[in-house]
Design a protein around this ligand. Sequence first.
Ligand code: B1M
Length: 239
Amino acid sequence: MPDQTFSAMQQSIIDGAPDTASALAQQALAAGIAPLDAINLGFVPGMHAVGEQFGQGKMFLPDMMASAEAMRAAMAVLEPELTKQGAERPMEGIVILGTTKGDIHEIGKILVGTLLQANGFQVHDLGVDVSGERFAASARELHADIVGVSALLTTTMRNQKTVVEALQKAGLRERVRVMVGGAPVTRRWADEIGADGYAKDAISAVALARELMGRKQVPGKGEQAADPQAALAPVAERT
Ligand code: B1M
């Protein structure tokens, strides 16, 4: 049964059908499917299929936009369920999140923010097309512990470096940790631009944020690799 549901979810994204996606998300919750499973096993594979077909010239920009709308409709149903209990947890840290300058992809970033919030982080999402200067100004104003920068294009991932530079220029680099992510981003790239960490997906981003908070409180203490399962456990318990 869940397999059929997940296939239908995937298809609703490929079809760019927001009403169907929203209805399937509601049905999933009613059937006791964990929201994170609905996202990761149902809707996200649909986005990947769309990306592949776009890459092969079988789908076009309007199709991709319709699919993004369907994804947002599903997230609108599932997100509140994910974040519901985040407010009841002790505050883990303050995160400023945004998609880098020149880039308007937001779905992955929203997912990262939702899971961080569900795990007790206070998240301020600056949206898309955010300049390094704006990241730095917000980090100062909101007393951020972590700045998270998403990039989905090979052309805009370069701007993640400008965020690190802007924080340096603002004299904030010592007290603000930088994490980067997005489909073309790699750990190697994160090291190259002087970021503090890279997460490949939203679950790893929670583990990484926790790790970065640990490093912040005790400078130089054990920089262990982020453990995705450690981040997943509390979410799964509450969903
Ligand atoms: Co765009 N697009 N797009 N697009 N788009 C991609 C990224 C692309 C790979 C498609 C393809 O060619 N196969 C390709 C990039 C090629 C490249 O640079 N290598 C591409 C292109 C080319 C473009 C345009 C240039 C197309 C054009 O205009 N000709 C254009 C650029 C616009 C711009 O930004 N300036 C464009 C536009 C769009 C839409 C607006 C139509 C739409 C976005 C709508 C929106 O977000 N509101 C769109 C979409 C939907 C996609 C695909 C199909 C899906 C992206 C997505 O939402 N994935 C994408 C193909 C693909 O990814 N397979 C594609 C689902 C999401 C859950 O995954 O975002 O990877 P993702 O996030 C993951 C991880 O990456 C990670 O965790 C997330 C959750 O697990 N993560 C982080 C992300 N951020 C993180 C931050 C972290 C940590 C982890 O810490 C801070």
